[in-house]
Design a protein around this ligand. Structure first.
Ligand code: BEZ
Length: 200
């Protein structure tokens, strides 16, 4: 399989952590591509009309996206502990994944707003609205984290990607003021899959 990704992308990181947690990494070639909404990558565009990462080419040549679909697919390819449970806890896991995806979407939009959009076109009120989503989402994660125990499923993988991305791109955002979230992150930050995919 071939995975189009970028080491800075938290959505690609989610897939890369799942690939490592499930033992599937040896079957996946990770292809690093530069992505920008204003200068799309031609190779990726030929395989994903949205020109977004992550995208995965399966062994039959077909390409699937986005991170949620790819993680679900990878979880069908191994016999270890499911990352996405199929029992009654499934909906809670998928809801937590959606919460983390929403925080990440807001954070990536803020990154583009501050880095890609010309200064004259920036809109402070819009950025504040995105940061409200990020902070409300972090509050929700902090209230839920004490119940996670040792579980490292799709929701917790998403949370690790959220916190890693904030450290990487928004180091001034003091998310560690939420003590429950900070102490949970200490329990996962040294996992091999998390260390190997840390954005540098
Ligand atoms: C980033 O550089 O922050 C980034 C790169 C790719 C996708 C999303 C974010």
């Amino acid at each position: 399989m071939r995975l189009w990704q970028n080491p800075a992308s938290p959505f690609a990181r989610k897939v890369r952590i799942v690939a490592r947690e499930t033992g599937l990494l040896p079957r996946i070639e990770e292809i690093a591509v530069m992505v920008s909404p204003v200068s799309p990558n031609a190779d990726l565009a030929a395989h994903n009309p949205l020109v977004k990462i992550p995208a995965l080419q399966m062994d039959d040549g077909k390409v699937i996206y986005d991170s949620t679909v790819i993680c679900e697919y990878l979880d069908t390819l191994h016999t270890g502990v499911q990352v996405i449970p199929s029992d009654a806890t499934r909906w809670e896991a998928l809801r937590l994944q959606a919460l983390c995806n929403g925080i990440l979407e807001a954070a990536v939009l803020c990154r583009y707003e501050g880095f890609v959009r010309p200064e004259a076109y920036r809109w402070d009120g819009w950025v504040k609205g995105q940061f409200a989503k990020i902070r409300n989402g972090l509050d929700a994660l902090a209230s839920e984290a004490p119940a996670w125990g040792a579980r490292f499923g799709i929701g917790q993988i998403g949370a690790a990607c959220v916190l890693g991305y904030l450290d990487y791109r928004f180091a001034n955002e003091n998310w560690r003021s939420r003590a429950a979230l900070a102490s949970w992150y200490e329990t996962v930050k040294d996992r091999a899959s998390v260390v190997a995919t840390m954005p540098a």
